[in-house]
Every structure is written in C-alpha cells, then in structure tokens.
Design a binder for this molecule. Structure first.
Ligand code: SF4
Length: 353
C-alpha cells in the first residue's frame, strides 16, 4: 500500500530519495507551492516523478464543506481517504491594518485550529465530538495537510506566519507521537516553517503525557482545558479528571519546560450558574499561584440539545476583573465563529445528521 509522503521528515525521505537535494525540491513543491500532484513538480526527472507516484500519495484529505462566519473565521470539513471526516478552523485574529499614507501596517493574522483524532476518548460533557466516540488517531500527514490545504485554499503565502493550535477534534496528547511528528514537519525551515513556539498543544490534562511532551523538548506551547477548580465539578464536566485530577495537572505543569517569554494558558469555559461565580475565580487564583500562567475565559457556545447556558457578559467581566486586579493575566476570548458552530465537533455533527 502506498504511504503518504507528508508522513515523512526530510531526513527520512533522504534515506530513500537520492541525491539529497531532490528532497528539498520536492519539499518546496509540497510546502511552498502547495503542489498536490507529483506530475506538477516540473523540475524533477521523469524517473523520480514515476518513483514517487508508484510509492507515495500526497494529499490525504479533501474538502467537503466550508462555512464562513461573520467575523471572518472559516470552518472546514475534510474527508480522509477512508471516508471519515474531521474539521479545522481558520481563525482571523486581526484584520489588515494600514498607515495613514495608505501603506500596509500589517497583514491579516491567522490562527489555524487543527484536529488530531477522528472522534475522541475523553468524553467531555460539553463537547459534540465526544458524543461520536473515538474512531482513530490521525496520521502526521493528515494533521499537516489540514494546514496546507487551508493555506492553499485561501492563497495564504507560504512565508506568511500563522499560528497553530491543536484544539479541534481529539485529544492531542492521546496521539502524541503523530502530533509530535507533525509539529516537526510543520516547523521545518525548508517547509512551512511554523516554529514550534507558534504551535500550541491544548490538552484536557493528561498529566503523564504532559510530562512526556515536556521531555521531548519540542519548544511547543501548552494550554490546559481546566474549566473547573474543584475535582467534583471537573469530573462532571470532564470524566478524564477521575484518572488525572487537578492536583496532578498542576504538578505536571509546574515541571513543564516553557519558553521564558511564554506562559502556560489555562482555558476556562465559563458556563452560566455552573462555574461563573467569584468563589470559583478565587479558587482559580489560588490554584495557579506560582505558575507563569494566563487564563482564557471562553464563553460557552450553546448547541442544540445542551443543558448548559451561555454566561452573561457581566459575570464574565467580574470574573476577569477579580483575577487581573490580583495580578493574574486574564483575557476573555471572543467566541469566534459563533454563528458557524465553531466549538469542536459541531460542523461534523451537523453534516452527519
Ligand atoms: S473537548 Fe476536546 S478533549 Fe474533550 S471530548 Fe471534546 S475533543 Fe475530546
């Protein structure tokens, strides 16, 4: 069976493709010019193109739908070679800005939110991906090509910087080897050159795997989906907490090697009357004492069938004010893509219905 060429690092390809400079050429066709057909790689000798054709496939996914939000975010549903579907979101973080004389101040700034698995084992109560159960891990190329296809479709130049968050479908630390390989391929300076410091792994808090990720010294950022400040509530929202409780997560985070200029992000999904009170803010402050942390408060994004509700703006702001006044960096994340159901798993669910 043919393998996807996007599963391999340059070093691995150099072991089978000679001379070595050909690998760099192939890499440039793939990751700079977004070629998804070996026959388009014009400067390769015919025999090499035939060899590649016989041995490898290139693009392991195809686009099924794209939904654009009023805020400019676009959510993509991709179909994999075995028919399963995954989703990824292009988030427009800042629009283009111009100086008064009309010259460009800065380009649009994007973050791409990637899936790491088809389905998920973690089973968070607020998540639609969890409802479908776990199907399988994504391969490195299936992760890498979510970025590549989104850049290709939107004509985002290869040199333009984007940020990556592993925050789509799946628990990235439950597929750590393939995610780590994707991080290396995406950060290769001869490829898409998205440095690890621009990539963030968002985890539900698999403490043992946080330690393993730290030992890999990838230089990647860490975000923890905390959402609750006591184990009883967290177990209800995230049953994984029975295996990895809050204390074990905080312990693992304290040992995690972070870049001096970075902070560990703690995601806190604020749900009306569940975890939006000042008592919770107070506990959160205590819990994160001694950690170079940043808290992201996220509005719960209601979907059909959920019992949870969106918190009020006032309670979000009071929560934020309590933390920032006491020196803990805290932002309220805008619900980007609210109108396109951009919480993980929601587009796929709609499509499957
Ligand atoms: S929120 Fe993330 S970790 Fe939790 S079930 Fe959904 S996909 Fe898995």
């Amino acid at each position: 069976m043919k393998q996807s060429i996007g599963d391999f690092t340059q070093d691995e390809l150099r072991d089978v493709i000679k001379p070595a400079f050909r690998v760099k050429q192939i890499w440039q066709w793939m990751y700079h010019k977004y070629a998804i057909d070996f026959s388009h790689m014009k400067n390769l000798p015919k025999e090499l193109a035939t060899f590649l054709e016989e041995r490898y496939t290139i693009c392991p996914l195809e686009i099924v739908t794209a939904q654009e939000s009023v805020d400019g975010s676009i959510k993509y549903l991709f179909r994999l070679d075995d028919g399963h579907t995954i989703e990824a979101v292009l988030l427009l973080m800042r629009d283009e800005q111009y100086h008064q004389d009309g010259t460009l101040k800065h380009h649009k700034r994007y973050t791409i939110c990637l899936s790491s698995q088809v389905g998920c084992k973690v089973g968070c109560a607020f998540c639609l991906t969890a409802k479908g159960g776990f199907v399988r891990n994504l391969t490195p190329s299936e992760i890498v090509y979510q970025v590549l296809m989104i850049k290709k479709i939107n004509a985002i130049d290869a040199n333009r910087r984007v940020n990556i968050v592993y925050m789509g479908m799946g628990e990235p630390l439950d597929n750590l080897d393939n995610v780590a390989k994707a991080i290396k391929i995406l950060s290769d300076p001869d490829g898409m050159s998205i440095s690890a410091s621009r990539q963030t792994i968002s985890t539900s808090g698999l403490s043992a795997k946080i330690a393993k990720l730290g030992s890999m010294q990838l230089g990647v950022n860490l975000a923890i989906s905390l959402h609750a400040v006591d184990d009883a509530l967290r177990e209800k929202l995230m049953p994984i907490n029975k295996a990895y409780n809050i204390e074990s997560i905080i312990h693992a985070v304290k040992d995690f090697p972070i870049n001096e200029r970075k902070r560990v992000m703690f995601e806190y999904l604020v749900i009306k009357d569940i975890n939006d009170d000042i008592a919770s803010a107070k506990k959160l402050l205590k819990l994160l004492d001694g950690i170079k942390a940043k808290v992201n408060l996220i509005y719960f994004n209601p979907y059909d069938g959920t019992l949870f509700q969106r918190p009020s703006k006032k309670s979000m702001e009071s929560f934020q004010e309590y933390l920032t006044k006491r020196g803990l960096l805290c932002t309220i994340r805008e619900s980007k893509g609210l109108d396109i159901s951009a919480a993980c798993g929601q587009l796929r669910e709609q499509y499957l219905e």
